[in-house]
Design a binder for this molecule. Structure first.
Ligand code: UTP
Length: 290
């Protein structure tokens, strides 16, 4: 798998006013924006082409992955070699990144569909940057290994188990087999009420998809919330394209919500050797045991 789509066309209303003039995906956890974690995860998993589906007001994302000549000159003049190296390292090589625009935020399925010509007729990955995963082996890399071991011909999503009371927030799998790590599914329902949910196995923002999903997205059918849902299109390719869910190892943070974002900040600071003691002290000062 060579290509990864990053849908960043959402409005980020849950983070207003922070997201009024700045994309949600540029919100920083410790010292890097969410979108940079997503791109680094994809790159570590071996992805070679990065496709961003942006929208109005998302120019900061393009600038972030471009060279900043003025800044580099100033850093060089001041002898700030470490910062300069870090800046360079975070850049994709020329030609590795492509941008297309979702002209209206009609839903995640619509955003992914906007990338169809850039993806072409080959399997591809999707990462939602607001689902941040802290893991030794990148979540996408874990999925790609398992997907390849299964023959590489189906669809795969990353999964977590959620309390039944929360099913309305997620896409939920209709599970046929579960060995504790890998799940097979015969269906997928977007945001079901707890009493209607076929299980409590929920998908998070990591997908490995066959290009056949674009044919379903072509129909532009609206689903939950009046949006074109990616999950509906994946469900419609069943049973021709088998669907697996992978319980990855790592911690997932829903950075699209404020509590999830705060939790991600604490966890990422604790995971950084130079910040760990500071964060432990902060937690202690505010009453948490270290
Ligand atoms: P969310 O459901 O979190 O929506 O989208 P949102 O607009 O970003 O945020 P809120 O709910 O208003 O606070 C999940 C992912 O799908 C992308 C978002 O950018 C995010 O990565 N998305 C969503 C699109 O690219 N386009 C859309 O039309 C909708």
């Amino acid at each position: 798998m060579r290509k990864c789509v990053f849908p960043v066309g959402g409005l980020g209303t849950r983070f207003l006013p922070a997201t009024k003039a700045m994309p949600k995906e540029m919100l920083p956890v410790v010292d890097r924006p969410l979108i940079q974690y997503a791109v680094e995860e994809a790159r570590r998993a071996g992805i070679e082409e990065f496709i961003f589906v942006t929208g109005r007001g998302k120019a900061a994302i393009e600038d972030h992955f471009d060279r900043s000549w003025e800044l580099e000159t100033v850093l060089r003049e001041r002898g700030r070699t470490e910062e300069l190296a870090a800046l360079r390292e975070s850049l994709p090589t020329p030609g590795q990144v492509a941008y297309t625009r979702q002209q209206e935020p009609l839903g995640l399925g619509h955003a992914v569909w906007c990338a169809r010509h850039l993806v072409g007729d080959e399997p591809f990955a999707v990462i939602l940057a607001d689902d941040l995963v802290l893991a030794d082996t990148p979540c996408l890399g874990q999925m790609m290994s398992r997907h390849a071991a299964l023959g590489g011909s189906g669809n795969m999503v990353a999964i977590i188990d959620v309390p039944r009371s929360q099913t309305r927030r997620y896409g939920i799998l209709d599970v046929t087999a579960d060995d504790g790590t890998l799940v097979s599914a015969r269906g997928l329902v977007e945001k079901p009420a707890p009493e209607d949910a076929p299980s409590t196995v929920s998908i998070i923002g990591r997908y490995l998809l066959q290009p056949s999903v674009f044919r379903e997205l072509d129909r532009q059918e609206r689903g939950a919330g009046g949006e074109v849902q990616l999950t509906d299109a994946i469900a419609r390719t069943l049973p021709d394209v088998p669907l697996h869910g992978l319980r990855f190892s790592g911690q997932r943070f829903d950075c699209g919500t404020q509590p999830g974002f705060l939790r991600a900040t604490v966890a990422h600071a604790l995971a950084r050797p130079e910040l760990k003691v500071h964060m432990q002290k902060i937690l202690k000062d505010y009453g948490a045991p270290s």
